[in-house]
Design a protein around this ligand. Sequence first.
Ligand SMILES: C[S@@+](CC[C@H](N)C(=O)[O-])C[C@H]1O[C@@H](n2cnc3c(N)ncnc32)[C@H](O)[C@@H]1O
Length: 400
Amino acid sequence: MHFPYSRLRRWPDVEADNLQAHDATDLLLVERALSLGVDGREIAVIGDEYGAITLALTDAGVDGIHVHQDLATGRRALARNADDLNLSGFSSHELDATLLDGARLVLLQLPKALAELEEIADAVARWAAPDVVLVAGGRVKHMTIAQNEVLGRSFAQVQAQRAERKSRLIIASEPRPVPAGPPFPVAAQHDGLTLVAHGGAFAGAKLDIGTRVLLEVLGLDGSQLSMDASDRARIAPETGAPTDPCCAVNDGEPSPTPIVVDLGCGTGALAASYALVHPEARLIATDRSAAAVASARATVAANGVADRVTVMHDDAGSALADAGADVVLLNPPFHLGSSVHTGAATRLFEAAARILRPGGELFTVFNSSLGYRAELTRLVGVTEQLERTPKFTVTRSVRR
Ligand SMILES: C[S@@+](CC[C@H](N)C(=O)[O-])C[C@H]1O[C@@H](n2cnc3c(N)ncnc32)[C@H](O)[C@@H]1O
């Protein structure tokens, strides 16, 4: 098999010498699929990071594959890699019945979070063909027995294979009967804020401790959220005419209707809290993860602020206008895949600098050990420290 894996790119995801666009698990999954000889129209691929699985199979003549990728970056990488290699004949789907209807073989790159695996396993058992075989693969060092247990809740047969090239496949078959409703999304209450989460969303329906520190510093925590709407309206500034938050370009003046962006919104905790305390603001919550976007949409609906919060599936707010935002709220990721890599945070700092108007404010929370202040000053503008706990630092940067 001569698929040119090394020609695949991760772009627009972070690229670096130690980061590849394929791994040995992709190769094992592709080899297994080819050995089974299943028709491409009966194959679904889930978690294909940059398209290696879908494109290698398509290149081998397997036509009609359905593919689901959670990340907007992965979707763009697959499209671009397909273009570069002149490959077509597969279709992209959300994690839903259209992805899995009639699927007899599902190839899965195991996700990191067990909750995400649980949601995927339920979806396969719920929507795929009754004789479906789920082949899930991962790097041995990241695999745990708990993954087999999660798969065992949706499949009667779960068998781990011998490790090869530091990767391992798990074969699951004989789907069990599914409960009437899917196990996700789940919801939890936090002092006046409801968080709703799909399996793949950061921190689930919990309020992350870094997020909580940022909310406290901004006065958006439980004490404010539990005020009733009339109290909040009394402390809010005058509101102006609503602006279309996606397309506004700001000339540097504060807007009568502040436009606030929750960049990398996860379940939407920051956007929903801000909207509850500031009825005058229009918000955009944006994340590259489809699970996060679905969660944030459900969160803003559950908190009654969906009319003021636009939720977008996008990479680093790329669809937002330059200089259109008054405020950006950011709790950046600091793990990239399984290797610690700060490039992902840098991309979001650069995005914040682009979308903020001159004089606009970026509020960031990060692990105190990361010391992002100098980078924020360089990329965005003067940065002051608002809070520092042993674990977290909160900064305010003013866009130059
Ligand atoms: C630490 S979580 C914070 C989530 C949420 N803001 C909170 O405070 O609970 C970081 C989020 O950034 C998202 N993210 C990472 N890189 C991104 C990118 N390039 N574009 C958009 N979102 C991104 C992740 O999917 C994740 O949901």
